[in-house]
Write a protein that binds this ligand. Structure first.
Ligand code: XUL
Ligand code: CO
Length: 441
């Protein structure tokens, strides 16, 4: 990677020192330059930094204001501060060795007094981002529009009961698509923000879903019109901020997209904390998306299962990530997607250095999981077990069932002839122990 000139961080660039290193500010498992199967680890992992958490997060929660103060945040002119903040961000991207970043329109540029002024502010920051991308080699994984923060979106954007708000949101997505294209974004994300409802006493669910589909259709039409080639991604989330979010989980979204004939246009950006809020494991959501050929990208984080909300923490759970990685690798990887750290520092983690510790931990855990998952797949023990478990569908009447070559009359004859099936153990405990041999040697 090439270098920028800013120096807001005292921490030097993070180096790989290997598993034995005692240096907390070094990678133990993520060696960006290590070549695995003809590709560097940087190319395999495609790590990305989330601008909104790393550079707009201040540690605020519903009980108190921010705790995190950064030196680049000083100054009266919000555009000048935004430009400085972006210099700091690209310095960080380089030092943490992340090849990608992601942003919402309003993360990088302040909202103006009018939409036209907001667009003008955005243009200034996009021009700066373009220069910084060129100078550093850091690329844009995806862009998106913030259609949930401003009070105008309190009742949703595409699903707002007011067509005026819908039009405003459409204009914002139009601009966000243009700037994502300008910066060479490889994907564009739709997280449903406030697209849901609190009470059916004031809500026409069917019309709101129709409107959401109309917005997505128009976005796809516009992308085609301007020649934007990036992959469209939906990011499911079951609740928070609204009680009932329309994009509940991958299965719900697949049903929604197929209902409106949009399934060929979208893949999924799966977020760990959203999966668990929906009552699923991270791996479950990956498997559901992959089964539909719609696995796109990952928002890498985790939640606190003792709490019922989206805590967006850095994930250091190697077991959970190994299982996720097995499913991702089996599905053929993420294509144009990557692992975006949609994760934030805890409120008392106020040092700039904490940003490094947080991302080092996340990157190392994912890199280690990637290596373990590759070993698991190379040895193929789990895959063989699962294959054997379904072997009765590989031949005879089992095969006929899969090939749709049989019917109830024939199957009744077979059942009468064969009598009672022989029970076979699922061997879950054996398999859990086998998994531990990979995790703990
Ligand atoms: C919200 C969330 C968003 C999306 C992008 O829970 O995950 O930050 O990733 O809008
Ligand atoms: Co996210």
């Amino acid at each position: 990677m090439k270098k920028t000139t800013s120096s807001f961080f005292k921490t030097p660039a993070i180096a790989y020192e290997g598993p034995q290193s005692a240096n907390a500010l070094a990678f133990k498992h993520y060696n960006p330059d290590e070549v695995v199967d003809g590709k560097t680890m940087a190319e395999h992992m495609r790590f990305s930094i989330a601008y909104w958490h790393a550079f707009r997060g201040v540690g605020a929660d519903p009980f108190g204001p921010g705790t995190i103060v950064r030196p680049w945040e000083s100054g009266k002119d919000p555009v000048a501060v935004a430009l400085k903040r972006m210099d700091a961000a690209f310095e960080f991207f380089q030092k943490i060795r992340a090849p990608f970043w992601c942003f919402h329109d309003r993360d990088i540029a302040p909202e103006g007094k009018s939409l036209a002024e907001s667009n003008k502010n955005l243009d200034k920051l996009v021009a700066h981002a373009k220069e910084l991308q060129k100078a550093t080699g850091v690329k844009l994984l995806w862009g998106t529009a913030n259609l949930f923060g401003n009070p105008r979106f309190m009742c949703g954007a595409a699903t707002n009961p007011d067509a005026h708000v819908f039009a405003y949101a459409a204009a914002q997505i139009k601009k966000a698509l243009e700037v994502t294209q300008e910066l060479g974004g490889e994907n564009y994300v739709f997280w449903g923000g406030r697209e849901g409802y609190e009470t059916l006493l004031n809500t026409n669910l069917k019309r709101e879903q129709d409107h959401l589909a109309a917005m997505l259709r128009m976005a796809a039409d516009y992308a085609k019109e301007i020649g934007f080639k990036g992959q469209f991604l939906i990011e499911p989330k079951p609740k928070e901020p609204t009680t009932h979010q329309y994009d509940f989980d991958c299965a719900t979204c697949i049903g929604f997209l197929r209902t409106y004939g949009l399934e060929k246009i979208f893949k999924f950006n799966i977020e760990t904390n959203h999966a668990t809020l929906a009552g699923h494991t991270f791996q479950h959501e990956i498997e559901v998306a992959a089964a539909a050929g719609m696995l796109g990208s990952i928002d890498a984080n985790t939640g606190n299962l003792l709490l019922g909300w989206d805590t967006d923490q850095f994930n250091t759970d190697v077991k959970e990530l190994t299982l996720a990685m097995v499913s991702i690798l089996k599905a053929g990887g993420l294509g144009t997607g990557g692992f975006n750290f949609d994760a934030k520092l805890r409120r008392p983690s106020i040092d700039a250095e904490d940003l490094f510790h947080a991302h080092i931990g996340g990157m190392d855990a994912y890199a280690l999981a990637f290596k373990i998952a590759r070993k698991i797949l190379a040895e193929g023990k789990f895959e063989q077990f699962v294959k054997d478990r379904y072997a009765s569908f590989d031949t005879g009447f089992g095969k006929d069932i899969e090939k749709k070559k049989t019917n109830f009359r024939e199957l009744e004859k077979i059942a009468l002839k064969l009598g009672e099936p022989t029970p076979k153990s699922g061997k879950q405990e054996y398999l859990e122990n086998l998994l531990n041999t990979y995790l703990h040697g």
